[in-house]
Design a protein around this ligand. Structure first.
Ligand code: PMP
Length: 361
C-alpha cells in the first residue's frame, strides 16, 4: 500500500496513527463488540468518547470554564447563519465583518439576511493578498459583534494578530487554522471550525462559545440552530455525528502526544518557512501575498509559465504529491500543509518543485 502526500485543502490528510487506530478499533471498539459507528450515542461507552473529545479540546486549547463546547452539524457554513441568528436583535442590528477572502464574504452575505452588515475592512481591492492591520479596522462600538476569518483557505492569508474589539465580542471562523497555533480563547466571543482540515473528518463542526452569548436572542429559532438547547443538551439534541467526533478525539490525542499545540506550531512554522523560502528563492514560482500576511496552512503559488500547470500537476501526481491544484476560483497551485502533513511531505514537494524547475525553466 502506498500513501501519497495529500495537499488537499479539505477534507485533508489525517495522521496515520489515527487512521491505524481507527482501523484497529473498527470491528470491536474496546471490547464493546461493535464499531463506534454502530453504537447508540446515548450508550455509556459513547458518552465517554464525546466527553473525552471535549476534555482534550479544552486541555489543548486552554478553553476557560465559562466557555461551552459544541459538536454540531451543517459545517462552518451553517455557523455563518447561526451566529447572527443567535446574537442579533433584528435586521437593523449592526454587525462588523472583516473581509479577507471568499469565506468571509460568504459569511457576511449570510449575515445580511439577519443583520445590518458593515464592512470593517476589506482587502478585496488587492485580490485579498493581505490581512488588514488593526489601524485599518473601522470598528463600530455599537456593533453586536465583529466577525473575522482567521485563515483564508483559498487566498492563503492568515491573521497574525487578534483584532482588539473592546467590549464587542469577536467571532472567528477558524476552520482552516484551528489547533495549528496557540489561541487565547478568552479574546473571542465565539470560535467555530469545520473539522475537516485540522481536527478530523467532515461532518462535525466545533463551536466554542462564551456562556453569556448563549440564549441572547428572543427570536424563535429552529431548535437545531439555537445554541441554547444545543448547550443544554450537550450537543445531543438529536443524534450527533458520532463517528466524526470519535475520529476528532483520536486526532486530539495525537496532537497531545505530539507535544500539544505549541509543538505542532513549531513544526508548522518550519514547514511553512521551508516552502515559502523555496518559492521566494526561485523566479519560476511565485506567491502573491504580502509576507506578513502569509498563511502557514495554505500556500498558493503560480508558475512563471502558466501553460505548464497541467504538466506540473501530472508529474507531481506520479511523484506521489496530490491535490495541488488551486481553488477553482483563483487557479494556480495551492499546497495545504495542515497539522497532519509531515515535514517529509513538504520536503518531497520542495524537491519536486526544484527538479521540475530545472527541467522546465
Ligand atoms: N470557512 C473556511 C475558512 C473554509 O475554508 C471553509 C471550507 N473550505 C468553510 C468556511 C466552509 O466549511 P464547511 O464546508 O464546513 O461549511
Amino acid at each position: 500500500m502506498a500513501r501519497v502526500y495529500n495537499f488537499s485543502a479539505g477534507p485533508a490528510v489525517l495522521p496515520v496513527p489515527v487512521l491505524e487506530r481507527a482501523r484497529n478499533e473498527m470491528l470491536d471498539y474496546q471490547g464493546s463488540g461493535m464499531s463506534v459507528m454502530e453504537m447508540s450515542h446515548r450508550s455509556k461507552v459513547y458518552m465517554a468518547i464525546i466527553a473525552e473529545a471535549e476534555a482534550l479540546l479544552r486541555e489543548l486549547m486552554g478553553i476557560p470554564a465559562n466557555y461551552k463546547v459544541l459538536f454540531l452539524q451543517g459545517g462552518a457554513t451553517l455557523q455563518f447563519a447561526m451566529v447572527p441568528m443567535n446574537l442579533v436583535a433584528d435586521s437593523t442590528t449592526p454587525v462588523d465583518y472583516i473581509l479577507t477572502g471568499m469565506w468571509a464574504q460568504k459569511a457576511a452575505k449570510e449575515a445580511a439576511k439577519f443583520a445590518k452588515v458593515q464592512v470593517a475592512a476589506s482587502s478585496e481591492s488587492t485580490n485579498f493578498n493581505r490581512i488588514p492591520q488593526q489601524a485599518e479596522l473601522n470598528l463600530d462600538p455599537k456593533a453586536c459583534y465583529v466577525h473575522m476569518t482567521s485563515n483564508n483557505t483559498i487566498f492563503g492569508t492568515e491573521f497574525n494578530y487578534v483584532p482588539e474589539t473592546g467590549d464587542v465580542p469577536l467571532v472567528a471562523d477558524m476552520s482552516s487554522n484551528i489547533l495549528s497555533r496557540p489561541v487565547d480563547v478568552s479574546r473571542y466571543g465565539i470560535l467555530y471550525a469545520g473539522a475537516q482540515k485540522n481536527l478530523g473528518p467532515s461532518g462535525v463542526t466545533v463551536v466554542i462559545i462564551r456562556d453569556d452569548l448563549v440564549g441572547r436572542t428572543a427570536a424563535k429559532l429552529p431548535t437545531m440552530m439555537d445554541y441554547k438547547p444545543q448547550v443544554e443538551n450537550g450537543s445531543m439534541l438529536n443524534t450527533p455525528p458520532t463517528y466524526a467526533i470519535y475520529i476528532l478525539g483520536l486526532v486530539l490525542q495525537w496532537v497531545k502526544e505530539a507535544g500539544g499545540v505549541a509543538a505542532i506550531e513549531a513544526r508548522n512554522i518550519r514547514k511553512a518557512n521551508r516552502l515559502y523560502q523555496a518559492i521566494d528563492s526561485s523566479s519560476f514560482y511565485r506567491n502573491p501575498n504580502e509576507p506578513e500576511s502569509r498563511s502557514r496552512m495554505n500556500v498558493p503559488f503560480t508558475l512563471a509559465k502558466p501553460d505548464l500547470e497541467k504538466t506540473f500537476l501530472a508529474e507531481a501526481k506520479v511523484a506521489g504529491l496530490v491535490t495541488l491544484e488551486g481553488h477553482r476560483s483563483v487557479g494556480g497551485m495551492r499546497a495545504s500543509i495542515y497539522n497532519a502533513m509531515p515535514e517529509e511531505g513538504v520536503e518531497a514537494l520542495v524537491a519536486f518543485m526544484q527538479d521540475f524547475e530545472k527541467r522546465h525553466a
